[in-house]
Design a binder for this molecule. Structure first.
Ligand code: MLT
Length: 277
């Protein structure tokens, strides 16, 4: 019997990791991985929508939310090793995986390197390419800017690119929630993760090896990981479907949870019927 609940703390890979585990024990399992620099609370609306029929796990990546940062340099490989260690600790052999942006980088790395552990993947507002030299330089400048002008200023600047322009008049609560997540992240985790993101490997060249159903979602106004990136992955992944979310930019699951959840539920249902067919 699993321990279900919110903000459960377990020692994983020598550090305390915080996760939510809700829904019926024994139901199909879906694990949510948040983007940068957010935390598991970004998945609250998806958890509410799914927990009647699915066991829904969302966790804080090391250094974010209520998880410890540990002493190692961050990397996407290390984040994948934490994900697998969490699954091992919870005795989960196989799960469905949903990652947004950096969560998608982790999900792609995980499915490509450990395909036997995952039965379906949802890639939201993400990309398979590595950072260009310009993107790397931008991240290094971001580190310097945070050191100089503080996290609050960084949060205000980031928010402008995360949401669609119309949301600044219609989605005040979601914008405040995203800003609160950024402010909760320790500056050291921001630096460590920005460095890790510059060093991450591309995952595009192995997309055609993915053999499980994949749903690709992207906000129509996403300027960070734009719809073009989603179309590219859709062409390469055999069993993938793409859906473009209206009235949303990069945080499409928070900005348009209705459409996001409809597509997610439809996909999860199709995956279950595929298994029983
Ligand atoms: C995210 O939302 O995780 C970030 O935008 C990822 C990135 O900066 O590449």
């Amino acid at each position: 019997m699993s321990q279900l609940g919110n903000n459960i703390k377990r020692t994983i890979n020598d550090l305390t990791v915080s996760y939510n585990d809700e829904g019926p024990d024994g139901a199909p399992i879906i694990i949510f991985i948040h983007g940068f620099p957010f935390n598991k609370s970004m998945w609250n609306r998806q958890t509410e929508a799914l927990k009647g029929d699915y066991r829904v796990i969302s966790y804080d990546i090391r250094g974010f939310g209520d998880s410890d940062a540990g002493n190692s340099d961050f990397s996407i490989d290390l984040f994948v090793s934490d994900l697998l260690a969490l699954m091992d600790t919870l005795k989960i052999d196989k799960a469905m995986l949903c990652g947004l942006s950096m969560g998608g980088y982790i999900a792609l790395n995980a499915i490509e390197n450990y395909p036997e552990r995952f039965s379906a993947v949802i890639l939201a507002d993400t990309n398979c390419v590595a950072d260009s030299p310009e993107a790397k330089e931008k991240r290094m400048n971001t580190i310097e800017n945070i050191k100089k002008n503080g996290v609050e200023n960084y949060a205000d600047e980031s928010i402008k690119k995360l949401f669609a322009p119309e949301s600044f008049t219609t989605k005040a609560a979601e914008i405040a929630a995203a800003k609160a997540m950024i402010l909760k992240t320790p500056a050291e985790s921001l630096y460590n993760t920005l460095q890790a993101l510059t060093e991450r490997q591309e995952t595009c060249s192995k997309l055609d090896e993915i053999q499980v159903p994949v749903l690709i979602l992207v906000g129509i106004e996403d300027v960070i990981t734009p719809p073009d990136a989603a179309h590219f992955m859709n062409k390469k992944i055999k069993l993938s479907k793409l859906y473009i979310i209206g009235h949303a930019a990069h945080l499409s699951n928070m900005e348009n949870p209705k459409e996001f959840n409809e597509q997610l539920l439809k996909f999860l249902k199709s995956v279950s019927s595929r298994k029983t067919a």
